[in-house]
Ligand binder design. Structure first.
Ligand code: CO
Length: 459
């Protein structure tokens, strides 16, 4: 029996624990060991890493990827991509999606895990197609959630549809850490029985179920599990690598991991964890078990986002109320899985409802766009009253939203002129215009020695 591991410390683990504020130079020294450990892959890019590089770390995300690639020549590098949203929060036209995927692979990515927040597969087909065209591995992803309309049959159908689309592997993404161990077992088993592709299991330790569910997923035949090195594991992060390795090895599985190397990696990140706790960047509460998530279904990053948002408004005392409002908003919206960008959109709307003191008196533009159908098809029915409030007399859109968007890569490139030095720069700009532009300017100023800049670690 064999099982393999994807190490998430450079992406999901740090995104879940420290809001993706780890600069390259901080983890640079451990890359050779990460390359030697025997992982199936190293998740190190995509998700929030791109935004964080430009916005907070003053780094070029593409250059960071190239440096990781150079330091890790033997391990597959993996990124997380939100289908037609790429790494941002809205849909991009197909030419941009294709260029982004192509450049990600050119700069070092081997595996792209592609998901859509609504499991609307029309929103991932372009990214999957371009990934396969460029010879990389496309992992079609199922966002796992529970609701009256989500069941085993629906998930198996999704897996089959993904297989028909031509993906190389199927990832089950339990971003909230809410999948019960037996459900993980049944889900993996059902997919393995109906689909011929390798199955990868991703969860979070938030509710304490993570390690148990990962174990059950492997027992049901999962080929790869996502874990984080133990000093950066637990809580809203992934289950610990060494613990799962030990549990599975002693149960007779071949893990392919070198435990001596894992120890070195862990020692390295222990120091970073201590420093981050001391500076306040890492709140130790995030590392503990939060069983409320079983009720509220709050994914890793969402809880810390809500806390930060409410703190900024001096309204942290309303957290419990907002957490109670989240599932109600989700129901009104037809039970979208709470994953970026839906988690943020639902979280913000729940916070608005509580802070304003009246539900949907203010509706965010993103929720309006969701109701119009611009994010894709809602999994269930959207509340009729909310549709009226959000849309007025506007018609609902039922097509594939990206089909309505004009190509924009070449146009943007021409507009940017010399400000963008490469196609990668153009993509950074399209993804995050303001952040990229100020990054380009800082970069130029730094090269001219005009001013000193400092890395902003906490917002
Ligand atoms: Co995750």
């Amino acid at each position: 029996m064999k099982v393999r591991f994807t190490e998430t410390v450079l992406r999901d683990a740090q995104q879940s624990l420290i809001a993706t504020r780890m600069p390259f130079e901080e983890f640079e020294g451990i890359l050779p060991e990460l390359d030697k450990a025997g992982y199936y892959s190293l998740e190190c890019w995509g998700g929030a890493t791109f935004d964080s590089c430009l916005r907070y770390l003053n780094e070029d995300p593409w250059e960071m990827l190239r440096k990781i690639r150079k330091a890790c020549p033997n391990t597959k590098l993996q990124m997380l991509l939100r289908g037609q949203n790429l790494l941002g929060y809205k849909h991009y036209p197909d030419d941009v999606v294709r260029m982004f995927v192509k450049k990600s692979i050119e700069n070092g990515i081997d595996i792209i895990r592609i998901f859509d927040a609504l499991n609307d597969l029309r929103n991932i087909e372009t990214a999957v197609d371009e990934t396969l065209k460029n010879g990389a591995i496309a992992s079609g992803t199922i966002c796992y959630t529970t609701s009256p309309i989500h069941n085993l049959e629906a998930y198996v159908k999704l897996a089959k549809d993904l297989e028909n689309m031509g993906v190389n592997t199927i990832s089950i993404k339990d971003m909230a850490g809410i999948i019960a161990p037996q459900d993980a077992y049944d889900l993996v088993k059902a997919i393995k029985e109906n689909v011929k592709l390798p199955v990868i299991f991703h969860t979070h330790s938030t509710t304490g179920l993570g390690p148990i569910s990962a174990l059950k997923a492997v027992e049901a035949g999962a080929d790869v599990i996502d874990t984080a090195i133990s000093s950066m594991a637990g809580g809203t992060s992934q289950p610990p690598t060494e613990t799962l390795e030990y549990a599975l090895r002693t149960a007779g599985y071949e893990t392919g991991l070198d435990t001596a190397v894992l120890k070195k990696i862990n020692d390295f990140f222990k120091d970073i964890r201590s420093k981050d706790i001391e500076s306040g960047l890492l709140n130790p509460i995030i590392l503990s078990t939060e069983t409320d998530a079983l009720i509220y279904q709050i994914p890793g990053g969402m809880l810390s986002n809500l806390v930060a948002q409410l703190k900024a408004q001096n309204s942290l005392h309303l957290l419990d109320k907002v957490l109670e409002e989240v599932p109600r908003v989700r129901e009104d919206l037809g039970y979208p899985p709470l994953v970026t960008p839906m988690s943020q959109m639902v979280g913000v709307q729940a916070a608005i409802n509580v802070l304003v003191g009246e539900r949907y008196k203010n509706i965010s533009n993103e929720i309006k766009a969701y109701i119009r159908g611009e994010y894709g098809k809602a999994p269930g029915k959207i509340n009729e009253e909310l549709i009226k409030k959000g849309l007025g007399d506007e018609p609902m859109f039922t097509g594939r939203y990206a089909d309505t968007l004009e190509p924009m890569f070449e146009k943007t490139k021409a507009e940017l002129g010399s400000l963008a030095r490469s196609d990668e720069d153009v993509l950074s700009y399209i993804a995050f215009p303001q952040q990229a532009e100020s990054f380009f300017k800082r970069r130029e100023a730094k090269e001219k020695g005009v001013f000193e800049y400092s890395i902003q670690r906490i917002d």
